[in-house]
Ligand binder design. Structure first.
Ligand code: HEC
Ligand code: HEC
Length: 398
C-alpha cells in the first residue's frame, strides 16, 4: 500500500468511526437529514469535464466520430430529456412514518421473523436474504406451503427507498403499502393479517415494542410501518462510482471509466437507467420463462395497450449481487444481459423504440460490465442476523 493510499485508508476509517458513533448515539439512524424537504441532491455529471480531469487521451477515428454524431442527431428527437447520474442522494422519508431507532429495530425483527407466515417457516428474508444481495439468487421466487415456483424474480430491496413505485409492475405506491402484500399472498407467506396480529400479540417482546413505538398493541398498520422504516435503512452507498463522482479519480479503473462513457453515450443505457433507474416501465422483449406464459407487466395495473409486457427499470446499483436478471430471471449473468441489448433486445410487438442493435465490440461489452461492477457499494449501516430457518419451541397451535 502506498503512503497516499494508507493516508486515504486511515482517513476513511476515521470517517466510518465517526459515522458509527453518531448512529449509535443519535436518535436518527441515518447521516442524512430525513425531512420531507431534504430534496434529492443530484450532482450533475459532465462527462467532458471528467475526461479532462483524468487527462484521458482517447483516440477517436474521425469517420467513426462523424457516424456517431449522425446517429445521435437521428436519435436526438427520440431521446427524452433525462437527469444525469450522480452519487446517491439522501432518501426521502414520508412525513407520516418518521424514522426512529426503536421503530427500525422492530421492523428489523419483523423482517427476519418467519412467524409472519402461515407455517412459521418463511420470512421476508427468505426471499430478500442479506447474504444474497437482499434477493434470493433464484430465477423466480419460491414460496407458499409447497415452495412452488412463482412467475417473477425476487428483486433486491437494496435501495428500495429510492423506488417511486414498488414491484416489477409498480402496483404498490409505497413500502408501507407493499409490506403486507407478501404476508397474505397464498404463493408467498400465505398467512392472514388477523392471524399474524394474533400470533405476535402473544409474544411479550412484540407487545412491549409496539407499545413503545406506536403506543398501541400489535396492529397490521404498525407491522407495515415498522418494516418499511427498516427497509429504508438498507442503503448501499460509497461505491467506486460514487467515490469517483465525488472527485476520487482513481476509484474506478480505466475499463470502468470507458464503460461509463459507453453507458452515457454509444450504448444509450442512460435513457432508462438515468440515476440508474428512471422509475418507468419499458418492454425490452425479454423472453418469457417459468410458469407465466405471457406476463403483461405494467398493463395489469394501467390497462394501457402501450404498457403490455413493460416492466419497471430496475436500479443498476449493486447489480453484481443480484443475479439472475430481469423480471423472470431469464439471464444468469451480466454478460448475457449486455449481449441481449447489443443485438437489439428480444422480440415483442410492443418493444421500446430505444432498444435497437448497439454494435458494441467485445471490449466495449466488457467495459460496460466493468462499469456496472463499479456500482456496487457497501451497506451504510444496520446489523442483521443470519436468516433463521425455523423458530424452535413454538407453543402448540401457534
Ligand atoms: C416467497 C418469496 C418472497 C417473500 C417471502 C417476500 N417477498 Fe418481497 N418480493 C418477492 C417477489 C417475487 C417480488 C416481485 C413481485 C412482483 O413484482 O410482482 C417482491 C417484491 C418486493 C418489493 C418491491 C421491490 C421492488 O424493487 O419493486 C419489496 C419492497 C419487498 N418485496 C419486500 C418484502 C417484504 C417486506 C416481505 C415480508 C413481509 C417480503 N418482501 C416477502 C418475493 C418475496
Ligand atoms: C428502454 C429502456 C432501457 C434501456 C435503453 C436500457 N435498459 Fe436496462 N432495463 C430496462 C428495463 C425495463 C429492465 C427490466 C426489464 C424486464 O425485466 O423485462 C432492465 C433491466 C436491466 C438489467 C437487469 C436488472 C435486474 O435487476 O434484473 C440490467 C443489468 C440492465 N438493464 C442494464 C442495462 C444496460 C447495460 C443498458 C445499456 C446497454 C440498458 N440496461 C439499457 C430498461 C432499459
Amino acid at each position: 500500500m502506498g503512503i497516499l493510499s494508507s493516508i486515504q485508508y486511515v482517513f476513511g476509517c476515521i470517517i466510518s468511526l465517526v459515522f458509527i458513533l453518531q448512529t449509535a448515539h443519535g436518535n436518527e439512524l441515518l447521516p442524512f437529514s430525513l425531512t420531507e424537504d431534504s430534496l434529492p441532491l443530484i450532482i450533475p455529471v459532465n462527462d467532458q469535464e471528467i475526461g479532462e480531469k483524468e487527462g484521458e487521451d482517447i483516440d477517436v477515428d474521425e469517420e467513426e466520430e462523424d457516424e456517431a454524431a449522425k446517429k445521435h442527431a437521428a436519435h436526438a428527437e427520440d431521446i427524452p430529456h433525462f437527469p444525469p447520474i450522480g452519487p446517491l442522494p439522501p432518501p426521502t422519508i414520508p412525513a407520516d412514518n418518521p424514522m426512529t431507532a426503536a421503530k427500525v429495530e422492530l421492523g428489523r425483527k419483523l423482517f427476519f421473523d418467519p412467524r409472519l407466515s402461515g407455517n412459521n417457516w418463511i420470512s421476508c428474508a427468505t426471499c430478500h436474504n442479506p447474504a444474497l444481495g437482499f434477493a434470493d439468487g433464484l430465477p423466480r421466487f419460491r414460496g407458499g406451503p409447497a415452495a412452488k415456483e412463482g412467475g417473477r424474480h425476487s428483486p433486491t430491496i437494496i435501495n428500495c427507498v429510492y423506488n417511486k413505485l414498488q414491484f416489477w409492475d409498480g402496483r404498490a405506491p409505497s413500502l408501507e403499502a407493499q409490506a403486507l402484500g407478501p404476508v397474505q399472498n397464498p404463493d408467498e407467506m400465505f398467512e392472514t393479517l388477523d392471524n399474524v396480529v394474533r400470533k405476535l400479540s402473544r409474544i411479550p417482546d412484540y407487545s412491549n415494542e409496539f407499545k413503545k413505538v406506536f403506543g398501541t398493541g400489535v396492529t397490521a398498520d404498525g407491522i407495515a410501518k415498522a418494516i418499511a422504516a427498516f427497509e429504508r435503512t438498507i442503503i448501499y452507498a460509497n461505491s467506486p462510482f460514487d467515490r469517483y463522482m465525488q472527485g476520487d479519480v482513481n476509484a474506478m479503473n480505466e475499463s470502468a471509466k470507458r464503460g461509463m462513457d459507453l453507458f452515457l453515450d454509444k450504448a444509450e443505457c442512460i435513457i432508462c437507467h438515468n440515476d440508474f433507474t428512471d422509475n418507468k416501465f419499458h418492454n425490452l422483449g425479454v423472453p418469457a420463462e417459468g410458469p407465466i406464459k405471457e406476463d403483461l407487466g405494467r398493463y395489469i395495473v394501467t390497462k394501457e395497450e402501450s404498457d403490455k409486457g413493460a416492466f419497471k427499470t430496475p436500479t443498476l446499483r449493486n447489480i453484481t449481487e443480484t443475479a439472475p436478471y430481469m423480471h423472470d430471471g431469464f439471464f444468469p449473468t451480466l454478460f448475457e444481459v449486455v449481449q441481449f441489448y447489443n443485438v437489439g433486445g428480444g422480440r415483442s410487438e410492443n418493444k421500446s423504440p430505444h432498444i435497437h442493435p448497439l454494435h458494441l465490440t467485445p471490449e466495449e461489452v466488457s467495459d460496460l460490465i466493468e462499469f456496472m461492477k463499479a456500482l456496487t457499494g457497501e451497506l451504510v449501516q444496520i446489523k442483521y442476523e443470519a436468516v433463521p430457518v425455523i423458530y424452535p419451541n413454538l407453543p402448540e397451535n401457534f
